[in-house]
Design a protein around this ligand. Structure first.
Ligand code: NAP
Ligand code: HSE
Length: 443
């Protein structure tokens, strides 16, 4: 029997927004090619969504697809083999995903928030029921980074991952730097392009990136998902001044998700980061994402592509549909484990508190321009073992008694920097808070 004559695998789609509609469109357009890859046709036969008019308009002219406002109808339908969850949010998405699993349906989801918070529960349920939960679209949009980490790099002991994994914030930083556009203007543009989360503070405060980093760390190091151990700091407090000063030092500021294996535990942190402009990853602009993975055997690999948007994300959702279709009838033991490592071989290596993590720092201080000020500051840093890599004092602006001092440090533990900054800020010659942005050489 040819692949086109085989009974189609039937998909129930929950949500018909950016990702749901994109998935529908790409499956309609590339159906024949996808069938040749999957071995049998993949058809969306049910769509559940809140605003039915949008789904009616988006599927106009198509036959063989039914629309409903009730996801439970889709999940329970005996003909539905796979449920694609493209609704977003925690509830009712979690309930629907668990219901689908309980009814023996495979699940494909783009929902990183759901997995970062409830992935352990969802994967345990799927394992017990012998179904697949696939989630390529949940991390870095169209980049097949889950596939790369889980399969392509499986020979390696992963040492660290550093990624630009939020398209919205990278778009905002790029446009602020290139056009001098305001934060608010660019955020609105990202929302209209379908990049931003329903709650855009998730994008700009580093939470969405922390969800994705949590998922990657689990797969890279074979540990359960622990979103509550992730540190998330966003870009909303960054100033154009610091973006410009960073450029003067030869660095670019990116919102980076970093997870690193150290002898004491695993670092898991998202924050604005200075990276050398000469690194490829520093030149990733707009809504593009890039994930740098350091494995002990392969060295560094860079995975680059569109991190958000309708069809890039659909590309990842459909890749999962193809995988699930191919493995549909396979013995569950033969499938790739959800978190790359066999579920009974996950490790309990701890995640490190932020104070125990190690990185370099960019510091900007506003100080009175008189003798002894720099000596006081450098003494405080030296007393805590913090070594200075570079220092510039800017000319005071006309009519102003204070000058900016910019410092780059060598690598040191966060807790030492926190203590040093408290002491520096207490000096009578230092005005206001010290600006502190972490720095990674990524070498
Ligand atoms: P979206 O455009 O807001 O679409 C969500 C869809 O789900 C809408 O059709 C919405 O209906 C429907 N929906 C929401 N709650 C529902 C409910 N309780 N019952 C029935 N339908 C419901 O969101 P999206 O951008 O496609 O994102 C979907 C998921 O993909 C999220 O988890 C997101 O994080 C993830 N993701 C998004 C992107 C991206 O670039 N957008 C990329 C990767 C991953 P209404 O039309 O009535 O609101
Ligand atoms: N809001 C997310 C972003 C969508 O901007 O990257 C892709 O996960």
């Amino acid at each position: 029997m040819s692949s086109t004559q085989m009974k189609p695998l039937q998909v129930g789609l929950l949500g018909f927004g950016t990702v749901g509609k994109g998935t529908w469109d790409v499956l309609q357009r590339n159906g024949e090619e996808i069938t040749r890859r999957a071995g049998r046709p993949i058809r969306i036969t049910w769509i559940a969504t809140r605003t039915l008019e949008k789904a009616r308009a988006g599927t106009r002219g198509a036959t063989g697809v039914e629309l409903t406002a009730d996801p439970a109808v889709v999940i329970a339908h005996p003909d539905v083999d796979i449920v694609v969850e493209a609704m977003g949010g925690i509830e009712p998405a979690r309930t629907h995903v668990l219901a689908a699993i309980a009814q023996g349906k495979h699940v494909v989801t783009a929902n990183k928030a759901l997995l970062a918070l409830h992935g352990n529960e969802i994967f345990a349920a799927a394992h017990a029921r012998g179904v697949m939960v696939a989630f390529e679209a949940a991390v870095a949009g169209g980049i097949p980074i889950i596939k790369a980490l889980r399969e392509g790099l499986s020979a390696n002991r992963i040492e660290w991952i550093a990624g630009i994994i939020n398209g919205t914030s990278n778009f905002i930083l790029s446009e602020m730097r290139a056009r001098g556009a305001s934060f608010e203007t660019v955020l609105k543009e990202a929302q209209s392009l379908g990049y931003a989360e329903a709650d855009p503070t998730f994008d700009v405060e580093g939470i969405d990136a922390a969800h994705k980093l949590t998922i990657m760390a689990s797969i890279a190091f074979g540990v359960p998902m622990q979103f509550d151990r992730a540190y998330a700091e966003g870009i909303s407090h960054l100033t154009r001044e610091d973006i410009r000063y960073a450029e003067e030092f030869g660095y670019r500021i990116k919102l980076l998700g970093i997870t690193r294996r150290t002898p004491a535990g695993i670092e898991l942190r998202v924050h604005p980061t200075l990276i050398p402009t000469r690194r490829l990853i520093a030149n990733v602009e707009g809504a593009m994402n890039a994930v740098l993975v350091k494995g002990d055997a392969v060295g560094a690999t860079l995975h680059y592509g569109p991190g958000a948007g309708a069809e890039p994300t659909a590309s990842a959702v459909i890749a999962d549909l193809v995988d699930v279709t191919r493995m549909h009838t396979a013995d569950p033991e033969q499938r790739v484990p959800h978190l790359a490592f066999q579920p009974d071989r996950l490790s309990d290596v701890p995640f490190l508190p932020l104070g125990e993590t190690t990185t370099s720092y960019y510091l900007r201080l506003r100080v009175e321009d008189r003798p002894g000020v720099v000596a006081d500051i450098t003494r405080i840093l030296a007393d805590r073992g913090i070594s200075i890599a570079a220092m510039i004092q800017k000319e005071p602006r006309a009519g102003e008694p204070q000058a900016d001092i910019l410092l780059l440090t060598h690598r040191t533990q966060e807790k030492h920097v926190v203590a040093a900054l408290a002491a520096i800020e207490a000096l009578p010659t230092v005005a206001g808070s010290v600006v502190r942005i972490r720095l990674e050489e990524l070498s």
